[in-house]
Ligand binder design. Structure first.
Ligand SMILES: Cc1cc2nc3c(=O)[nH]c(=O)nc-3n(C[C@H](O)[C@H](O)[C@H](O)COP(=O)(O)O)c2cc1C
Length: 180
């Protein structure tokens, strides 16, 4: 069974997870922009991972645009966001975002995992910095009682350097793939 891990990562968290997964599986690893759709043909299992940005998954177009060609393969998607995936509300939010990007057919076919990323405000690009500043300003005006844990985590980490990446959290993915 030939496997490949592909990722798109702006600040390195999804990349780190992709490298760990490829290392554990002993399989090929590509950044999304370095692999052509035609190259997907030779794989039986495709693992794709990307960071979450305002509810959307970075680079998920790889799966969407090539779904017809890869639908009979085993497809695994991992998301990488700041919100804690141990919290059911956060996972519901990520899933709601995914159901906008993926069709019901894709959602049924693709096995999805959620991993927790990192954020270093000193490394954010100007657009992302401005987006986070706007979000922070909006949230500061809100009633804190109405906060979901995701909102609270965002406020607490604002302006800081936080890193929740954890190699142990890829274990369920490795286990799932071993059972295919
Ligand atoms: C502008 C911006 C928007 C973000 N939106 C979300 C979000 O909606 N949900 C979430 O869990 N994390 C969000 N994050 C955090 C990123 O998902 C997190 O930093 C992740 O580790 C990024 O992965 P990457 O560095 O591999 O691209 C956001 C970060 C930025 C800069």
């Amino acid at each position: 069974m030939k496997k490949v891990v592909i990722y798109q990562s702006k600040y390195g968290a999804a990349k780190k997870y992709a490298e760990w997964i490829a290392e554990d599986l002993g399989c090929d690893l590509y950044e999304k922009r370095s692999i052509k759709p035609k190259q997907l043909e030779k794989y039986d299992t495709i693992i794709y991972g990307g960071g979450i940005y305002a509810g959307g998954i970075s680079g998920i177009s790889l799966l969407v645009e090539n779904f017809k060609a890869i639908r009979d393969k085993d497809i695994i998607l991992f998301t990488c966001g700041l919100a804690d995936p141990e919290d059911k509300g956060n996972v519901d939010n990520i899933r709601a975002g995914l159901s906008k990007a993926l069709t019901p057919d894709m959602l049924e076919k693709i096995k999805i995992f959620h991993l927790r990323g990192a954020m270093d405000y000193s490394k954010l690009g100007p657009v992302h910095k401005a987006m986070m500043a706007m979000l922070y300003k909006m949230m500061k005006k809100k009633d804190t009682n109405s906060f979901r844990s995701e909102d609270k985590e965002m406020l607490d980490s604002y302006g800081k350097n936080v890193d929740f990446t954890d190699r142990d959290t890829i274990k369920p993915i490795i286990h799932y793939i071993a059972e295919l």
